[in-house]
Design a protein around this ligand. Sequence first.
Ligand code: CBF
Length: 823
Amino acid sequence: MAKRLFNKEFFIRSVKYNVRTLFRKEIEEATEQQIFQAVGYAVKDAIMDAWIATQKEYEKSDPKIVYYMSMEFLMGRALGNNLINLTFYDEVKEALEEIGLDLNTIEDQEPDAALGNGGLGRLAACFLDSLATLGYAAYGCGIRYRYGMFKQQIVDGYQVEVPDMWLKNGNPFELRRPEYAKTVKFGGYVRVENRNGRNMFIQEGYQSVLAVPVDLPIVGYGNNVINTLRIWDAEAINSFELDRFDKGEYEKAVEQENLARNLVEVLYPNDNHMAGKELRLKQQYFFVSASVQEAIAKYKKKHSDIRKFYEKATFQLNDTHPTVAVAELMRILMDEEGLEWDEAWDVTTKTCAYTNHTIMAEALEKWPIELFSRLLPRIYQIVEEINRRFVNQIQEQYPGNYEKVKKMAIIMDGQVKMAHLAIVAGYSVNGVARLHTEILKKQELKDFYEMMPQKFNNKTNGITQRRFLLHGNPLLAKWVTAHVGDEWITDLPKIKELTLYVDDEKAQHEFMNIKYQNKVRLAKYIKEHNNIDVDPRSIFDVQVKRLHEYKRQLMNILHVMYLYNQIKEHPDMDFYPRTFIFGAKAAAGYMRAKLTIKLINSVADVINNDASINGKLKVVFIEDYRVSNAEWIFAAADVSEQISTASKEASGTGNMKFMLNGAVTLGTMDGANVEIVEEVGEENAFIFGMSAEEVIALENQGGYDPSQLFNTDQDIRHVLMQLINGEYSPNDPERFRELYNALLVDGGYNRPDPYFILKDFRSYAEAQKRVEAAYRDEKGWARMAMLNVAHAGKFTSDRTIQEYVDDIWKLDKVTVELPEEAK
Ligand code: CBF
């Protein structure tokens, strides 16, 4: 990979200059935050030439562009990642050391750009990294939320949500582009006017808001390609209507300003769950309308025939959240560009493609027609017409079958079903792991699959190795490069050559030593943040992800309670020391999830303070799990807990990050775990529990009766009783009754234990035993962990993106040359 030249003197001068001009200080006087800002601006400067060159190249070669539309981009920190991809990281570190600054400390000053909830948003961020690295023209289109994902504080064991003021010190990497602002209209009514025999639809009496783009650079690895993440900010068009104020209409005078402020105020912190709020729909239309307008404006700069728009642009809808894009594109094509319905539909259905990320019923977006039509009157008319035509099509294909209409219509029972709209208007519908796509085809979207099988395809998720190995785990990254060369950075399957070393004792030793050092690094973090001493020689067993019942953190902590009972009952039993590490945010209104966090912390309190068990067991809940601390956590893990109820986790991507960092999967045959096991071999993972087919079959029978297990299995009974006898809540024995009831009485869907925690418990405990036994065999474990790294090649997002390009988007690669003076 060609390395760009780095001019150390120039960089140092630039940092010093920035400190002076931004803060009127010399470097010695500046705060750490100010230094971060100064370094950030210097790095943005270093990016600028390539950013301009990339835009020029795109203008010249006019490639097809993918617009990746997403409500969420969970970017994390930019500084370190940008340096890594510029291939300047070590040079900048050295340069800063020369002037007495430490890059790691500076990196720590940067707040995470947490414009996402979890997997879906982080996937979008990995995709942008891969698109730039592979040299494809792409825009990420999203929202510049003023407050991102909330900061989590743990107070007395409970989660407390604190606003995430990520922009409070400014963001050195962003670029505001008011010259490309767009107007977005809400509400009012549609007046129809006949002009020269053609009906014109004119929206009147609306409220409008200005969408102002703010661009962030997306640096490709070592290739001069800088793509753009365009996040839209909102501004009032007439910020303050003085005449209205003079007339005493104070509220009306500030209405526009309020609309703008509220629109982009905050990210809804719901993962796999629909918020159903009016403001959320407004947010969706806001960024989608602005992005579609922008895409069309860009196209029209070079092309006159709007009927061929799809040859130069494609919209990937990241879940159903941006699905209004379908109707917005139809609106612009018909009402502004003058196309007839059929022509506009032809363009739209060749432009939009949809990714489904979940089968969880509560995540499927449905909007009441009253709300939808009031907020987006013209868009609603268009959706109604799409629905009318689609229902006709169903009736033609399945005459007299009203069940089909009921199941598949876009508008039904007073609701607009966004997934149906996305499928009907999209030219591609993809799931995110093989198993998930099969479930979509055979179960959740069966009727659609039968009617339009050609649209369905699978794109197993991936992750970027540049952030999650090269940046997050420098020790391992260097070691891998020393053994197999550095091509893995842009060609991850090359990492397979590590298999040559898995039986080499020296390599095993080095590998385990690196893991140990990473465990020491995490242990220090835990000591600083949790004031808990953990032993880096113990097994680090980690479950970090959003808190959701289907992900079964509750099963994990019940098992910890069971192990603790075992140690207490048999103090002399042979037990390999274990550290169970959790990290998870719960949606603010998700009470059972929040109670699970409290339970984990309560169990941690008891176990960590019980001197009688000699530190054999430790439990840690890492506060505010996010991208930046995740990088350290993956690097330090021995065991990767991927224990969702089979069929429920569409893919998972944490599972891939752990694997790449040499943690062994303890999991169910769910989501991408299936493919991980396929790559690494079942003997190099710990698989347990019901299969997806078994789960679905049992669900279709209405569930099962866990009281049988409660009555016959003493260990299970014991831990369940501890939920209600005050063992972990002596001041309030009833505190965890809700969790007990969910398992034994009703946990939702009118049944006990809907996520089969107790049903899978024994099998899970048995798999945990196998983990312990395997870990005792040091060489065997090293081999297994190394094999996981070696077989992670498939799970790079570079592979996923190449598949999207080949099968869906059909983009051409672009190469960017820097002008001589910038080299
Ligand atoms: O596809 C990316 C991820 O998306 C989710 O996080 C989501 O929000 N629907 C899924 O839950 C994950 O399984 C999936 O990996």
